[in-house]
Write a protein that binds this ligand. Structure first.
Ligand code: DAH
Length: 399
C-alpha cells in the first residue's frame, strides 16, 4: 500500500504577520497622553507575546523588545524619556522604568513557553509522542544521569573470600578497634614490656600517652591479634572466630610495603584442639583460596602468643612448586618452590592466663594472614601501592 504523504506546509514569507506596533514620537507629555501611549504599548506587548510559538519566535520577540540597539525599550528611552521637557522628566522616567520591568517580565515568562512549544512540535512532527506527555518543566532533550556500576575493591573482595572459607567451617566474625591499648596489642599477647619481640612490630604510637600506665597507652594496632584477647574476654570456649581488619605499621611504602594494610586473624579454642587440627584447617583454607593442587608446609617460627609457632608456606602457584619457570629460576618463589604466606601456632598457655581460661582444660590454635599479600598472589599484582592509590584502570579490572 502506498503511504499517503502528509501535505507539505508552504510558508509564505511575504505574508508572515508583521509586528504592527511602532513607537510613536511623543509631542504631548501630559499624564493623559502618556497613559494612552503606555496603554497602546502594553497591548502590543501582550498581542505579540501570545503569538510566541517556538524557541525561535521567542528570540525574535525578545530582540524586538529588548535589543540594546533598536529594541522597543531603547526607542521609548530615546523618543519618550530623552525627548521629554524638563518638567515632565520625572513622570516619564517613572513610566519608562515601569515599562522596562514589565517588558522584561513578559519576555521571561514566554521563554519556557517558547521552548516547550517547540518541543511539542518536534514530537508531533516525529509523530511518535503526543504533546501531552511532556510535563511542564522537564527538558527531555537533556542527557540522563549516568550511574556507573561500582566494583568491590580487590582487598575487600579477598577479605570476604577468606572470611567465607572460614564461615563455611563454622567460624563467626569478630572485630576490634584500630586504636588499641598497649595491653591488648602487646601485653596480653605475651609481649612483656621491653621484650625485643615488640621491635618486630614497627609500632605507630599515639602522642601524649606518657602520663598513663604503660598498659593503657594508645597506639595504632599493628596486627589483628588483639581481637583474640577481646573475644576470649567476652566468650567462653568453644571459640571459633575470624577477625578481619585494618592494621598500621611504621613502614615506608614501596612495592611490597604499606603503612596501612589488612589482616584476617583466626582463633579456635576448645577442649582437645591439637596441632593436627591447625594443619588440617589451614591446609583446607589454602586449597579453598588457591586451588586444590596447592600443598602446604609448616615451618618453625616464633610468635610470643603461640607455642609452638609456625610459618605456613604454600607450594608456589606460579611454577607449580618446581622452582623453575620458562627455563629459568622462578622469580616468585626465588626458585624454592615455596611461598611464605601466614603465621600460626598453638595458643601459648600464658595467653589463657590473661583471659581467665584454664590452660589445663582448653587448648587452641591461632593464625594471622595479610590480605594484600594473598590478593597480590591470587591476582598477580606486582605492586601493593596499586591497592591504595585509587587508579580506576586498576580497580575496574575487579568489576
Ligand atoms: N599477628 C602476627 C603478625 O602480625 C601474625 C600472627 C602470627 C597471628 C601467628 C597469629 C598467629 O594469630 O598465631 O605478625
Amino acid at each position: 500500500m502506498v503511504k499517503k504523504s502528509k501535505p507539505v506546509e508552504v510558508i509564505d514569507l511575504d505574508n508572515l504577520p508583521k509586528p504592527g506596533y511602532a513607537v510613536l514620537k511623543l509631542t504631548d507629555f501630559s499624564t493623559a497622553a502618556l497613559d494612552n501611549a503606555v496603554r497602546d504599548l502594553l497591548s502590543a506587548l501582550e498581542q505579540e507575546s501570545v503569538a510566541v510559538a517556538s524557541e525561535n519566535d521567542w528570540k525574535v520577540f525578545r530582540d524586538r523588545w529588548m535589543a540594546r540597539k533598536n529594541g522597543v525599550l531603547k526607542q521609548i528611552n530615546d523618543l519618550w524619556l530623552k525627548a521629554a521637557p524638563k518638567e515632565f522628566r520625572r513622570d516619564v522616567g517613572q513610566k519608562v522604568n515601569e515599562l522596562n520591568s514589565r517588558v522584561a517580565e513578559v519576555v521571561e515568562s514566554r521563554r519556557v513557553k517558547g521552548i516547550q512549544r517547540s518541543l511539542v512540535e518536534t514530537f508531533q512532527f516525529h509523530d511518535s509522542v503526543s504533546a501531552q506527555v511532556i510535563p511542564a518543566s522537564v527538558d527531555v532533550t537533556l542527557p540522563g544521569i549516568r550511574r556507573p556500576l561500582g566494583a568491590e575493591h580487590p582487598v575487600i573482595k579477598t577479605m570476604n573470600e577468606i572470611i567465607s572459607v572460614f564461615r563455611n567451617l563454622g567460624y563467626s566474625v569478630e572485630e576490634g578497634p584500630e586504636v588499641e591499648t598497649d595491653y591488648y596489642n602487646f601485653e596480653a599477647l605475651n609481649f612483656p614490656p621491653n621484650h625485643p619481640a615488640r621491635d618486630t612490630q614497627d609500632t605507630l604510637f599515639i602522642v601524649g600517652q606518657e602520663s598513663k600506665p604503660l598498659r593503657d597507652r594508645l597506639l595504632l594496632r599493628t596486627h589483628t591479634s588483639p581481637v583474640q584477647i577481646r573475644t576470649m574476654e567476652k566468650m567462653k570456649p568453644p571459640v571459633r572466630v575470624v577477625c578481619p581488619g585494618k592494621v598500621h605499621r611504621n613502614d615506608a611504602p614501596d612495592a611490597t610495603h604499606s603503612p596501612i594494610f589488612h589482616q584476617v586473624e583466626g582463633l579456635a579454642v576448645d577442649s582437645n584442639i591439637t596441632f593436627c587440627d591447625l594443619k588440617g584447617t589451614l591446609d583446607h583454607a589454602m586449597k579453598a583460596l588457591f586451588g586444590s593442587s596447592v600443598k602446604t608446609r609448616f615451618y618453625p617460627s616464633f610468635f610470643p602468643f603461640t607455642e609452638p609457632s609456625a610459618d605456613v608456606q604454600i607450594s608456589c602457584i606460579f611454577c607449580g612448586g618446581k622452582g623453575t619457570r620458562d627455563g629459568g629460576p622462578c622469580r616468585n618463589c626465588k626458585a624454592s618452590g615455596w611461598i611464605e604466606l601466614l603465621g600460626c601456632g598453638m595458643v601459648d598457655p600464658n595467653v589463657y592466663g590473661f583471659v581467665d581460661y584454664d590452660p589445663a582444660k582448653v587448648s587452641g590454635f591461632a593464625f594471622g594472614m595479610g590480605v594484600e599479600r594473598i590478593a597480590i598472589l591470587k591476582y598477580g599484582v606486582d605492586d601493593i601501592q596499586l591497592f591504595f592509590n585509587g587508579d580506576m584502570r586498576f580497580l575496574e579490572q575487579f568489576g
